[in-house]
Design a protein around this ligand. Structure first.
Ligand code: FE2
Length: 211
């Protein structure tokens, strides 16, 4: 009797082992604080997406600070102020679209403190104008493009996320770099002509990506 029970126990254990599915290469990360075990599939880098949300918010904060600076009564570049308010709003939109993506894929958003970049605009004795601000914005967008390309590389086994990055963020990033490069060239060309620069500022439209 004892032998029979032992044999039955062995068979049951073997059957249970056989019934277990092997781990899928499309399983999500094991840490359930970062993903939903219920809906997540093949989403392994939610922590990097949270980092990118923070990058977008940092850029928004920088542009918001620049917009406020150019709206000051003793600075008074209204076109630049409007331009950077629109840029700040766009960065917040990018952060939101990444948060929406996390919800779609079963990721958990981790919001972190947003640091304001320690920028010369707040400390320099020389007032900032069109040239300095366009150069700073171009630098910011080039850095952001690098961050997005790094993220794209990290997602090399996740075509759905790569497609999202390409269509929702990278395309716009390339356009932003192109537009800001134009603005750097234009402001450099006009920088010694205050009247022309004031006209240029007045013409800055609300849409920063269609120069
Ligand atoms: Fe962005």
């Amino acid at each position: 009797m004892y032998r029979l029970l032992s044999v039955l126990a062995l068979v049951a254990a073997f059957t249970a082992t056989e019934a277990q599915d092997p781990p899928s290469p499309y399983d999500c990360v094991a840490d359930s604080t970062l993903v939903s075990p219920q809906s997540c599939q093949n989403f392994k880098i939610p922590h990097l997406v949270s980092d990118q949300i923070n990058n977008e918010m940092k850029a928004a904060y920088l542009y918001q600070a620049m917009a406020s600076y150019f709206a000051r009564d003793d600075v008074a570049w209204p076109g630049l102020s409007k331009f950077f308010y629109v840029m700040a709003a766009e960065e917040r939109t990018h952060a939101q679209s990444l948060m929406d993506f996390m919800a779609l894929r079963g990721g958990r958003v981790e919001l972190k403190p947003v640091e304001l970049p320690l920028d010369a605009i707040f400390t320099t004795p020389t007032p900032w104008g069109p040239v300095e601000s366009m150069k700073r914005a171009l630098e910011e967008e080039r850095n952001m493009n690098g961050d997005l390309l790094t993220l794209h590389l990290a997602a090399n086994d996740d075509p759905h996320f790569q497609n999202f990055l390409e269509e929702d963020l990278l395309n716009e990033q390339v356009n932003a770099i192109r537009t800001l490069s134009f603005y750097v060239t234009q402001t450099e060309r006009l920088k010694d002509d205050n009247h022309a620069l004031t006209e240029w500022d007045a013409k800055l439209s609300g849409d920063p990506h269609h120069a």
